[in-house]
Design a protein around this ligand. Structure first.
Ligand code: HEC
Ligand code: HEC
Length: 251
């Protein structure tokens, strides 16, 4: 099937599934307003999840249509959607819980994930999180490599400064102090190396504007507000370039 036709087919399939899920939700009482996390409630919720099974997680990825948007191997099929391969267990699990509760509700794309996450059992959330954590970091699609490559020496230096040391004048903590020196993430702090550029920039803007407010104590919102658009774009390109390089044509 041609990519365009495949895309149309995916959307139709998803629309049907979501319509069915919507019918189920209509009979439920409205979801109560989602509670913001504290470090304690978050750790408790993660501890309460069943143990994840990698093989079962692969089945979830394939059978619940995750693969149709996040790619067969967890590498997003468009630059605007996030890659999920190589992501930390705790972060994936937290985000799926956030979509499910409605805490992550920044726009209609998040709404799509909310419908999907509400179809998932805690076991399926744990399984798929274990599966993604077992996979390598994202392989940048060709389009991403092209976008990410041309950081010149001055830009590179500026970005490395912000990433490693932050900017005391703007009260920005170095990204690496939480996301790791190579963007590998830890626990509920996501891996961001190789993340799709358009998604990266979009989600930073959403933290900035306050539409994405699912982070504990709004830590990310503070940095993204002080960073500014030009630096955000440079940093997105920098992290994209830390993903594995594409050797074949992007899917
Ligand atoms: C129709 C396309 C589509 C399908 C199907 C889909 N997703 Fe998503 N997913 C998205 C989009 C778009 C986003 C970004 C939403 C946003 O900006 O909040 C996303 C976000 C996510 C994120 C957060 C990524 C991050 O870095 O914060 C996770 C985890 C995720 N999806 C997992 C899944 C799983 C697991 C499934 C299957 C059970 C699934 N998705 C099915 C489109 C999809
Ligand atoms: C104090 C720790 C900390 C610092 C410093 C930090 N982050 Fe984060 N970041 C987090 C946490 C925790 C999350 C997950 C928040 C959530 O649950 O939504 C996150 C989320 C993100 C995301 C969203 C990833 C996704 O998949 O949706 C991006 C992009 C990001 N950070 C970029 C940056 C950049 C760029 C910097 C440096 C300017 C930075 N972060 C500094 C802790 C930090």
């Amino acid at each position: 099937m041609k990519p365009a036709a495949l895309f149309v087919a995916q959307r139709a399939l998803l629309a049907a599934a979501l319509a069915a899920a919507g019918a189920a939700h209509a009979s439920e009482s409205a979801h109560p307003k989602a509670q913001a996390w504290t470090p304690v409630t978050l750790q408790t919720a993660l501890k309460d999840l069943p143990k994840g099974n990698i093989a079962a997680g692969q089945k979830v990825h394939d059978s619940m249509m995750c693969a149709s948007c996040h790619g067969a191997s967890g590498n997003a099929t468009t630059l605007n959607w996030p890659s999920v391969t190589g992501q930390r267990f705790d972060y994936t699990a937290k985000i799926l819980l956030d979509y499910r509760s409605g805490l992550r509700d920044e726009d209609e794309r998040a709404g799509l994930m909310t419908s999907i996450a509400r179809m998932m059992t805690p076991q399926q959330i744990a399984d798929v999180s274990a599966y993604y954590a077992s996979l390598p970091k994202p392989v940048a699609p060709q389009a991403q490599v092209a976008l990410a490559a041309p950081l010149n020496a001055v830009e590179h230096k500026r970005v490395e400064q912000i990433v490693r040391r932050g900017d005391p004048n703007r009260l920005i903590t170095g990204c690496a102090s939480c996301h790791g020196l190579h963007g590998e993430g830890k626990g509920t702090t996501p891996a961001i190396a190789g993340q799709t550029i358009d998604y990266f920039i979009r989600t930073m803007r959403l933290y900035h504007g306050g539409a994405r407010h699912n982070d504990v104590y709004k830590g990310m919102s503070q940095f993204s507000q002080r960073l500014g658009e030009a630096d955000t774009q440079l940093i997105a390109r920098y992290y994209a370039s830390l993903g594995a390089r594409a050797t074949a044509k992007a899917d």
